[in-house]
Design a protein around this ligand. Structure first.
Ligand SMILES: Cc1ncc(COP(=O)(O)O)c(C=O)c1O
Length: 439
C-alpha cells in the first residue's frame, strides 16, 4: 500500500506501490475477472486514474540544477512590471536582410531535414568568416558542425569529447550551461575564480590545477558575465600550458563581434593550438536573433568526429531554412559589424554612466553586452537579496552573479546588467534607479 499519501503536496514514497495493479499483477489476476464486459470496465478505470500522476524524478546528475536564474528573473520581471536588464536578449529585432533570407528559404521549399552537420552553404559561410577573423583555413566538410545554438555546440562538445572522470577546468564566473553539461558528461569540474576589478587569469593557479587527468580547459572570451576579454598574454600562457600538458581548449566565442575595448583573439589561431581547440559560436548575439538558435563548432577532424557523434543523437540536424539565412547573415559586409559595434558602444555608454551616477562601483567591461557592478553601497546582504529588492521596489531587473560560481559566496557582492536594449529602455531603467535606489 501507499506509505505516504499526501496527494496535494505530492510527497511520494514506495512509488512502485502507488498503483497496486501493474502489468504483472493484472496478468496474475483470476481469469474470471477478465470477462469481456468486466475487463473493459476494469481497463477503463485504469485509464482514467483518479490520482495525480507521479511527479518527475530528476536524474542524480541534474538534481542540483534548478530553474535557470534567467528564467526566474524574467518571470519576476513580468510579475512586477520591471524593466528587464537581466537576461541577455535584445528588445529590438535582427536585420531585415537576414529575416528576408529566412522567408525566401521557406518559400523556396528548404523545409526538410538538413544534412546532419549543416547545410553546405552555411558550413562554407562559417569557414569564410573564420578565415577572415583568424587567418585559419579550415575545411567546411570535415571541421565545421552546425548545431542548435552555441548551447548545443557546448553540449555536443562535452558529450562527444569528455569521458566520465576527466577533469575539466572552468573559469568562474561561468555561463550556467557549462556546469550542467559537464555534469551530464560525468566530468570532474575544477574551477579557478577570476576576481574584480580586472578579472585577470591567475596563471600560477592554473598551472598548479592542471594534472595528468586534465582533459580540457573551457573558456569564454569575450566573457559572460564580466565583459572581460582574454588578453594575448593570458591566451599565450594558457596555450603553452595546454601544449605542454596535452590539454584541449573548448572556447566559447559567442560575443566575438561585441569586442569594444580591444581586439578579440581566437585561441585557435595561436601557434600549435588549432589542433587542440574547439571554437564554438552562434548567430544569436551578433545578429540580434537569439531565438533562432543557430550555432556551430569548429575543430580539427579528429575532434569534430566526437562532436558530430554526440550531435547526431542530440538533435541530428538544425532548422534548415534558418541555416540558409544564417549563411546570408555571415556574409554581411564589414559595415554591418561596424554599425553593430557603434550602436552597442552608445548603449554601453548610457548604462555605464547611469550606473556610476546611481552610485554603483562599475567594473570595466571590454566586450559582450554585459557590465558587472558592486551593489554593496546599497547595503543588501547579498546579490540575490539586492536583485529581489531591485525588481520589487525599484522596477529593474539585474542578474545575481552568485549563480555563475561553484562557490556562490564569490559572487555575493556582484550583479550583472545588460545593455542589449534600446536606448530609451536603458535611460528609463537609470531614471528608476536614480529615483528609488537609496544608500
Ligand atoms: C557565454 C555564452 N555561451 C553560449 C550562450 C548560448 O548561445 P546560444 O543562444 O547560441 O545557444 C550564451 C547565451 O547567453 C552565452 O552567454
Amino acid at each position: 500500500m501507499l506509505q505516504t499519501s499526501n496527494w496535494s503536496g505530492c510527497i511520494w514514497t514506495a512509488s512502485h506501490q502507488v498503483f497496486p495493479l501493474n502489468y504483472r499483477s493484472i496478468r496474475s489476476l483470476p481469469f474470471a475477472l477478465f470477462s469481456k464486459r468486466r475487463s473493459t470496465k476494469f481497463m477503463a478505470s485504469l485509464s482514467t486514474p483518479t490520482r495525480p500522476p507521479k511527479p518527475i524524478e530528476v536524474a542524480k546528475r541534474l538534481e542540483q540544477f534548478k530553474t535557470t536564474i534567467f528564467t526566474q528573473m524574467s518571470m519576476l520581471a513580468i510579475k512586477h512590471g520591471a524593466i528587464n536588464l537581466g537576461q541577455g536578449f535584445p528588445n529590438f529585432d535582427g536585420p531585415q536582410f537576414v529575416k528576408d533570407a529566412a522567408i525566401e528559404a521557406i518559400q523556396d521549399g528548404k523545409n526538410q531535414y538538413a544534412r546532419g552537420y549543416g547545410v553546405p552553404d552555411l558550413n562554407s559561410a562559417v569557414t569564410a568568416r573564420f578565415k577572415k577573423d583568424t587567418g585559419l583555413d579550415v575545411d567546411p566538410e570535415s571541421e565545421v558542425t552546425v548545431t542548435s545554438g552555441c548551447t548545443e555546440a557546448i553540449a555536443a562538445t562535452m558529450l562527444g569529447l569528455i569521458n566520465p572522470g576527466d577533469e575539466v577546468i572552468l573559469f568562474a564566473p561561468f555561463y550556467d550551461s557549462y556546469q550542467a553539461t559537464l555534469s551530464m558528461a560525468g566530468a570532474k569540474i575544477k574551477c579557478i575564480t577570476l576576481r574584480p576589478p580586472d578579472f585577470s587569469v591567475p596563471i600560477d593557479e592554473l598551472k598548479s590545477l592542471i594534472s595528468k587527468n586534465t582533459r580540457a580547459i573551457l573558456m569564454n572570451t569575450p566573457h559572460n558575465p564580466t565583459g572581460k576579454m582574454f588578453t594575448r598574454e593570458e591566451l599565450d600562457a594558457i596555450a603553452s600550458l595546454c601544449i605542454e600538458n596535452d590539454v584541449l581548449v573548448l572556447s566559447d566565442e559567442v560575443y566575438d563581434k561585441l569586442a569594444f575595448e580591444m581586439e578579440h583573439i581566437s585561441i585557435a589561431s595561436l601557434p600549435g593550438m588549432y589542433e587542440r581547440t574547439v571554437t564554438m559560436n552562434s548567430l544569436g548575439k551578433t545578429f540580434s536573433l537569439t531565438g533562432w538558435k543557430i550555432g556551430w563548432a569548429i575543430a580539427p577532424p579528429h575532434l569534430t568526429w566526437g562532436i558530430r557523434q554526440a550531435h547526431s543523437y542530440l538533435t541530428f540536424a538544425t532548422s534548415t531554412p534558418m541555416q540558409f539565412a544564417a549563411g546570408a547573415a555571415l556574409r554581411a559586409p564589414d559595415s554591418y559589424y561596424d554599425e553593430l559595434k557603434r550602436d552597442y558602444m552608445a548603449k554601453k555608454a548610457i548604462l555605464v554612466k547611469g550606473l556610476k551616477d546611481v552610485g554603483f562601483t562599475v567594473y570595466p567591461s571590454s566586450g559582450t553586452y554585459f557590465v558587472i557592478v558592486d551593489h554593496t553601497p546599497f547595503g543588501k546582504e547579498n546579490d540575490v537579496a539586492f536583485c529581489e529588492y531591485l525588481i520589487k521596489e525599484v522596477g529593474v531587473v539585474a542578474i545575481p552573479t552568485s549563480v555563475f560560481y561553484l562557490n556562490p559566496d564569490d559572487g555575493k557582492n556582484l550583479v550583472r546588467f545588460t545593455f542589449c536594449k534600446d536606448e530609451e529602455t536603458l535611460r528609463s531603467a537609470v531614471i528608476r534607479m536614480k529615483d528609488k535606489l537609496k544608500k
